[in-house]
Design a protein around this ligand. Structure first.
Ligand SMILES: [Zn+2]
Ligand SMILES: [Zn+2]
Length: 278
């Protein structure tokens, strides 16, 4: 059927995904399920379920629909993992029933203003949205760089962009509070915790995520503490690579924006990487 085009799985648009979360009440849509879609640390655990499958062979696929309609808001709902699996039973969950469940759930969610605000805070638009990598980095440096610099910068910024929103926010504040030395960025962990008015339990989640991505490291009090204006555990921001290109990028960003914390937040929280370009 040519008029509908070849069925191709298209991923839902960012705006649609955002609207889905905003109208989810941060709860799985299936009746009786209490699972959250975004956990307390901003990690997305919900899944996007197609009422009519995105491609032939999928559940409830409708050959008379089209690719755009299949990724439209009206055809999608947010479920927890285990409920998503349940909906693979198309006898139990036919199209009409899922449409009804979606409508009922969204109606319920609009009556949950507080949850809605919460989820706006947590939903990581970047995880679902393309971000734009810098093109020339000339706002932070006029010097020409070698291939390695661009390669490492790209992978570092991409890694940061894929972090949960709340972890990026933590990272941005750690970046602002860090002291810059000769190709190092180091800060006082306890000072950071106090500044963020949070607990070690909260920040330890962010730290383990960042450590796993090689963006962050902790050092217990070291011999050279006298060169730093604080004692105790320090954190260091890391650059992903051995040749220091990644840390060099962070160093340049820190140098250029050290008097402008708002810009640092725009870069790492809002992923406005074009601020690095001239
Ligand atoms: Zn599904
Ligand atoms: Zn569920």
């Amino acid at each position: 059927m040519k008029m509908f085009g070849t069925p191709t799985r298209l991923s839902p648009r960012a705006q649609v995904r955002h609207r889905l979360f905003a109208l989810s009440g941060n709860n799985c849509a299936l009746p009786g399920c209490a699972s959250k879609l975004v956990d307390d640390y901003g990690n997305i655990i919900g899944q996007i379920c197609h009422i009519e499958a995105a491609a032939p062979g999928g559940e409830r696929f409708n050959p008379n629909s089209n690719n755009e309609a299949r990724r439209d808001f009206s055809n999608l709902m947010l479920l927890c993992y285990s409920c998503h699996i349940k909906t693979n039973d198309v006898v139990e969950y036919p199209t009409e029933r899922l449409r009804q469940i979606k409508a009922t759930h969204e109606q319920w969610a609009t009556l949950q203003p507080v949850l809605q605000t919460n989820i706006e805070k947590f939903v990581d638009a970047s995880l679902w949205q393309e971000f734009k990598l810098p093109e020339n980095y000339r706002n932070i440096s006029n010097e020409p760089h070698d291939e390695d610099f661009y390669t490492h910068a790209k992978s570092l910024l991409t890694t940061i962009a894929q972090l949960p929103m709340s972890t990026r926010s933590f990272y941005a504040h750690a970046f602002i509070k860090a002291l810059r030395g000769d190709l190092w960025l180091v800060g006082n962990l306890d000072g950071l915790r106090v500044a963020l008015n949070t607990t070690y339990q909260q920040i330890s989640t962010h730290i383990s995520i960042l450590e796993e991505k090689h963006l962050f490291g902790l050092v217990e009090e070291a011999d050279d503490w006298m060169t730093l204006p604080f004692r105790g555990t320090r954190y260091g921001l890391c650059g992903l690579d051995r040749d220091d290109n990644g840390i060099y990028l962070l160093y340049l960003i820190h140098q250029h924006f050290s008097g402008d914390p708002q810009a640092i937040l725009s870069i790492f929280e809002d992923l406005d990487f074009t601020l690095l370009d001239a």
